[in-house]
Design a binder for this molecule. Structure first.
Ligand code: ZN
Length: 405
């Protein structure tokens, strides 16, 4: 009679046979041989293993320590029986149950196996010796303590004060914050001050005051996350410039770091939330030459002395004339590569002379004062600096990524 026939006739046959088998017999068979076809049957099997583990451990501890040689032999035997790499019960379960499990049962077997592996730490040499030296009082469920990684209490064993303590893992500063602070430092050194403003912003500050007319495509739903018809999640940090001009007037040298939001589909270079740093200088006799000189200095400070800068004309509603700053490619040194599309240059930020209309909105007389401004994406700078190819990594909170900085 084959296994499957038996199954149909007497459904509990397998369960009864299983319960009569010793743990060694069970672990030498596959789940199929044992007729364990459901997560419940798997659970029952593993429960049997756990209780065997616990009773063998308790038996050893109850048997008393004996002399040192006897003790270490007993410990070694039990440890090897369960944990030996070859032929130990845990690795037999791995071989015969987990690896040979049918696909649909794999998750259940895997989970149960992982738990067992944790529990089985209570029969490693160190744990057993510790408990034996603590006497029979230690025959409490040490398996529980082992799974939590707890140390033995003073009651359980002798407390060894010479052991090193547990170190608390230290966090580190997020790479985006690091880069933002680095940029801030450079401009603070030039006499700029830091300004901040609300991330939930009025349509007036986000668009109108910056000379972005109703018809501008950036005002479409596609790019902007609207809270209601009058309020948006700011699409850039530029509203802070208007607020600062209103608050402080001219002359003004400020840096506006912060979060911005756009209705972009996330991919390796776009995220719905990202960080910007904008700079604004307003004073009498400010010219494009000041802008060029400042940004050239900044690029060298940030990327290194060998960096060359290049300005090309562009268009932004809030600056006139407008430009893009490119730097010689940080990856190939300007020779041409895949990242700079063989041009040797990488575009890093937009900039320009502040549009007179924008100064007027900030309450500053454009006849008397002029100014320049720039805006850059912090994630993009961090990606160039650390050679990271996916912006999403910054926002996923994966410690394996973050602890590298
Ligand atoms: Zn290149």
């Amino acid at each position: 009679m084959s296994g499957s026939e038996a199954d149909r006739r007497i459904p509990n046959q397998h369960a009864r046979t299983r319960s009569r088998m010793s743990i060694d017999e069970k672990t030498s068979k596959t789940l199929k041989d044992l007729g364990a076809k459901s997560p419940e049957a798997i659970g029952e099997l593993f429960a049997g293993v756990t209780s065997a583990l616990e009773s063998e451990r308790k038996a050893l501890i109850a048997s008393g320590a004996g002399d040192e040689r006897e003790r270490s032999q007993k410990v070694k035997d039990l440890r090897d029986r369960w944990l030996a790499r070859k032929g130990g019960l845990v690795s037999l379960i791995d071989e015969n149950w987990l690896k040979k499990a049918p696909k649909e049962l794999k998750p259940a077997v895997g989970r149960a196996f992982n738990q067992l592996r944790q529990l089985a730490k209570c029969v490693d040499t160190e744990s057993l010796l510790r408990e034996l030296s603590g006497g029979a009082a230690a025959a409490q469920p040490a398996a529980v303590a082992a799974t939590r990684g707890a140390r033995p209490s003073a009651k359980q064993g002798r407390l060894d004060l010479t052991l090193p303590g547990y170190r608390q893992p230290l966090g580190s500063i997020h790479p985006v914050t690091q880069v933002m602070r680095e940029i801030e430092d450079i401009f603070l050194g030039l006499g700029f001050s830091i300004e901040s403003g609300p991330e939930i912003e009025s349509v007036y500050y986000n668009f109108d005051a910056l000379n972005i007319p109703e018809s501008h495509p950036a005002r479409d739903d596609w790019d902007t996350l609207y809270v209601n018809s009058e309020t948006v999640l700011r699409t850039h940090t530029s509203p802070v410039q208007i607020r600062a001009m209103e608050k402080h007037g001219a002359p003004l040298y400020i840096l506006c770091p912060g979060k911005a939001y756009r209705h972009d589909n996330p991919d390796s270079t776009h995220a719905t939330m990202f960080h910007q740093v904008e700079g604004l200088a307003v004073d009498t006799d400010i010219s494009f030459a000041d802008l060029k000189g400042t940004l050239d200095y900044f690029a060298r400070k940030f990327f290194g002395d060998k960096i060359k800068t290049n300005f090309t004309p562009s268009f932004f509603p809030f600056t006139e004339p407008s430009g893009e700053l490119s730097i010689s490619c940080v990856f190939c040194g300007g020779g041409g590569c895949r990242i700079c599309k063989d041009s040797g240059w990488i575009e890093v930020m937009g900039c320009g002379m502040v549009h007179p209309e924008v100064l007027r909105h900030g309450g500053i007389d454009p006849e008397r004062y002029s100014g320049w401004a720039f805006g850059l994406g912090v994630e993009r700078f961090a990606m160039m600096k650390y050679d990271i190819n996916d912006i999403q990594l910054f926002h996923q909170g994966d410690v394996r990524f973050l602890e590298q900085f």
